[in-house]
Design a protein around this ligand. Structure first.
Ligand code: CMP
Length: 140
């Protein structure tokens, strides 16, 4: 599998609890390189646009409110098979279903406040990276 890039968000429940370093350590010790990183306070427009695919879901309003409630850290992660590798490191969306040792098993508070987001496909990774980063902000 070739080197890939994926998009990652450390969500408000993680930044609030000062878990940025602990989560980044999980990425780095598992072979993912942080090639871009910014701490931002997402606007409502940014959050609604980013999660537009979930617009009709019952949790959409709650999801947007949560994502704009406090700062997040947005990242581009690079490595071998990065999209799948990051999903393995994160664990299942619902922390109750996440495997031991994954970020969500260790740190997530609930299915909504689940500490991290990671792209679900190579195609979405490219779209999500371009949504938040300019090419010259990514230094591999
Ligand atoms: P994420 O990977 O950021 O993509 C969509 C998010 O919606 C997901 O992580 C969850 O945090 C959130 N989500 C999914 N299902 C629910 C739910 N039932 N209630 C609240 N939030 C949810």
């Amino acid at each position: 599998m070739a080197t890939q890039r994926t998009f990652s968000i450390l969500k408000p429940d993680a930044t609030r609890r000062n878990l940025t370093g602990a989560i980044n350590q999980k990425f780095e010790e598992n072979g993912l390189r942080i090639v871009a990183q910014k701490r931002i306070h997402m606007t409502r427009d940014q959050a609604e646009g980013f999660y537009a695919v979930h617009k009709e879901r019952p949790f959409f309003g709650e999801l947007v409110e949560f994502m704009i409630s406090e700062p997040v850290v947005i990242q581009v992660l690079e490595g071998e098979d990065a999209v799948k590798k990051n999903r393995d490191i994160m664990g299942a969306t619902n922390p109750e279903e996440a495997d031991a040792g994954t970020i969500r098993k260790e740190y997530a508070l609930s299915i909504g406040e689940n500490s991290v987001h990671g792209s679900d496909s190579d195609e979405n990774a490219a779209i999500e990276i371009a949504y938040f980063f300019k090419d010259d902000e990514i230094v591999g």
